[in-house]
Write a protein that binds this ligand. Structure first.
Ligand SMILES: NC(=O)c1ccc[n+]([C@@H]2O[C@H](COP(=O)([O-])OP(=O)(O)OC[C@H]3O[C@@H](n4cnc5c(N)ncnc54)[C@H](O)[C@@H]3O)[C@@H](O)[C@H]2O)c1
Ligand SMILES: [Zn+2]
Ligand SMILES: [Zn+2]
Length: 345
């Protein structure tokens, strides 16, 4: 089979690999039909993710057809269409029993990280019964790919942790695919205001189309002041950080209203200042989370009922043989205006 292989920092190639085989009795082999590229794959290529070693097939998102199942798999049969979760969960360990699948003691985020991933013609999925979701025949495959990672991430780490509520005020810092996924799913709760903040005017335009009530280009530098003006000098009930750098987390500290929540989504590689000298008496909550994908069944139902238009996030489509071009397009998002790229296999 063909597979996109990480070759160490800044290097990747399309290679021939053997089709993966069932290793444990709980495994399934899935034939991929559609996959995509995540910002995290770019982080790996920058050498930011030491757990991912050279030789690894990348990718942790995708939809496919069950090709083979191990003898202990009871929920899925060959030929069934499935959605692959970016998080593998055994369903049995202490963390899985608490629905913290991301911290599964023998799973978590392993696909395209410590085991071979979905940017290939076939992938081995451990704990298939609890890591795959059956997809209805009439479901749109491209939309489903958005459910492997980015929609649950925006929803769980941003909207649920941020306690978005009817009539509330929300600011989302970062209008990349994850920030936009938070924007789409925040609207389940009808907040009064959703203010989207980014440096990229194109992405802010997209955010307006996705339902942002206002947008701010933070390059201008007076973002906190503008948000205060928009919220009657209160700040926002929910400040969602969807970038992953100190400046944007500190901006959230400036934006949060008394009693509000800062919900961090971004992956941070550097320490951040916590201004307790200003925040100690403001009754705020700060949350962090690695996506658990516990909301996937709910998001699948919402998608089927047309309550959420996940396809809005898709800007480009490629064939698998052109996956290197897909990486080129995705990694130059400011010029290409890429959000999510679909790769058809
Ligand atoms: N917690 C989790 O489980 C989880 C899961 C997936 C991704 N993530 C993280 O979420 C973050 C967002 O992911 P993404 O794919 O949308 O990333 P992205 O890089 O596509 O988007 C980030 C956006 O932030 C904007 N930005 C950069 N600097 C800014 C600044 N100073 N002020 C305002 N905006 C700024 C960029 O213009 C861009 O639109 C990343 O850190 C990613 O690693 C976390
Ligand atoms: Zn991802
Ligand atoms: Zn587990």
């Amino acid at each position: 089979m063909r597979a996109l292989v990480y070759q160490g920092p800044a290097k990747k190639s399309l290679e021939q690999r053997p089709i993966p085989e069932i290793g444990a009795s709980t495994d399934a082999i899935v034939k991929i039909t559609r996959t995509t590229i995540c910002g995290t794959d770019l982080h790996i290529l920058k050498g930011d993710v030491p757990s991912c070693q050279a030789g690894r097939v990348l990718g942790h998102e995708g939809v496919g057809v069950v090709h083979q199942v191990g003898p202990s798999v009871t929920t899925f049969r060959p030929g069934e269409r499935v959605l692959i979760s970016c998080i593998s969960s055994c369903g049995k360990c202490m963390y899985c029993r608490r629905q913290m699948y991301s911290h599964c003691t023998s799973g978590g985020w392993i696909l395209g990280n410590t085991i071979d991933g979905t940017q290939a013609e076939y992938v081995r999925i451990p704990y298939a019964d609890t890591s795959l979701y059956r997809v209805p025949d009439d479901a749109d495959e491209e939309a489903l790919v958005m459910l492997s990672d980015i929609l649950p991430t925006g929803f769980e780490c941003g909207v649920l942790n941020g306690k978005v509520r009817p009539g509330g005020t929300v600011a989302i810092v970062g209008a990349g695919p994850i920030g936009l996924a938070a924007l789409l799913t925040a609207q389940f709760y009808s907040p009064a205001q959703i203010i989207m903040i980014d440096l990229d005017n194109n992405r802010l335009e997209v955010a307006k189309r996705f339902g942002a009530t206002s947008t701010i280009n933070s390059a201008r530098g007076d973002t906190a002041k503008e948000v205060m003006k928009m919220t009657g000098e209160l700040g926002v009930d929910t400040a969602i950080e969807a970038v992953g750098i100190p400046a944007t987390f500190e901006l959230c500290e400036d934006l949060v209203a008394p009693g509000g929540t800062i919900a961090n989504i971004g992956v941070h590689g550097a320490k951040v200042d916590l201004h307790l000298e200003r925040l100690w008496d403001r009754n705020i909550t700060i949350t962090t989370r690695l996506v658990d994908t516990v909301s996937t069944p709910m998001l699948l139902s919402s998608l089927r009922a047309n309550r959420i238009d996940a396809k809005l996030l898709i800007t480009h489509r490629f064939r698998f043989v052109d996956i290197l071009d897909a990486y080129e397009t995705f990694s130059h998002a400011a010029d290409t205006r890429a959000l999510k790229v679909i790769i058809e296999i």
